[in-house]
Design a protein around this ligand. Structure first.
Ligand code: DHB
Ligand code: FE
Length: 284
């Protein structure tokens, strides 16, 4: 039943929701970029484009196809999706250089702040008949020198077993598979959830047209999204993947790093799978 409802998610709907979400967040640094920096970056970007046009002898037909596609990306509301799939990983790589703690990776377009606060041992909000393999995700948050960080905050969000995110696909409870978990006095957390499925970026919009035109696939490997933080420490935004899972070695968003691949074991009581992953935070 649930997939019949949720599969009606269209590029336009999830794009509009992702655009709205992006607009409401506070990261507005671009407005303050200095003239010199804008000049350098935009000139280099345009020069790279001119170079590609000359080297590949781009035709007017191709130029018009590009123009029409770019217009359509905006109309479909797919800029957040396009940018987070094909550019964000490079920005994250630059931002994460020099950190000693846990590896980060892209945030993607589906983070929503303010998810329900939950205790250190908890079950994420789920539907009564939530489908999929139960997953116990547990670990500890420490400083780079191994000191536990009491009261660390582990924000987690992920897709369901059909690959859909609450608030970005119709028919899902508002906070399904999203939570803000407060670790205990030792920085420990124990989160009961369900194994997510690989995520297919919407194929009925402009990004889908590009993927088809280029002969690519539209998939991201199954993943958990996390933001882990503690007072006086740097927040890390990351994702965790599953060993042997489909698309782990061919993520369309290029966001997988070897340190971020989990290898869950069968739970001792036979109820699904269980895995431990510890987070290490750099000092602020
Ligand atoms: C996109 C979706 C994700 O779930 C993600 O983690 C990264 C990017 C996207 O559709 O752009
Ligand atoms: Fe995601």
């Amino acid at each position: 039943m649930t997939d019949i409802i949720t599969q009606q998610a269209t590029a336009a709907e999830s794009g509009a929701a992702a655009t709205e979400r992006f607009r409401s967040k506070q990261r507005r640094e671009s407005a303050e970029a200095d003239t010199q920096r804008v000049d350098t970056l935009v000139t280099e970007l345009l020069t790279a484009a001119h170079d590609i046009i000359r080297r590949h002898k781009v035709t007017y037909a191709e130029y018009d196809a590009l123009k029409s596609w770019l217009i359509q990306v905006g109309e479909d509301g797919e800029w957040p999706l396009f940018l987070d799939v094909w550019l964000e990983h490079a920005v994250e790589e630059v931002a994460g250089k020099g950190r000693d703690g846990s590896k980060g990776t892209i945030e993607g377009p589906y983070y929503v702040p303010g998810s329900p606060q939950l205790p250190a041992e908890t079950t994420l909000p789920t539907r009564e008949d939530e489908a999929g393999t139960p997953l116990l995700f547990q670990g500890q948050v420490t400083d780079v020198d191994g000191t536990p960080l009491p009261g660390a905050i582990v924000e987690i969000w992920h897709a369901d077993s059909d690959g859909f995110y609450s608030q970005f696909a119709p028919g899902l409870p508002e906070w399904n598979l999203r939570g803000t978990v407060i670790a205990d006095e030792q920085g420990n957390f124990k989160i009961h959830t369900f194994q997510p499925a690989p995520y297919q970026i919407p194929t009925d919009g402009s990004c889908g047209r590009l993927i088809t035109a280029a002969g690519w696939h539209a998939w991201r490997p199954a993943h958990l999204h996390l933001k882990v933080s503690a007072p006086a420490h740097q927040l890390v935004t990351t994702q965790l993947y599953f060993e042997g899972g489909q698309y782990v070695t061919e993520d369309i968003a290029s966001a997988v790093k070897p340190e971020l691949v989990l290898d869950p074991a069968p739970a001792a009581d036979g109820s699904g799978r269980k895995v431990t992953y510890n987070f290490v935070l750099d000092k602020a």
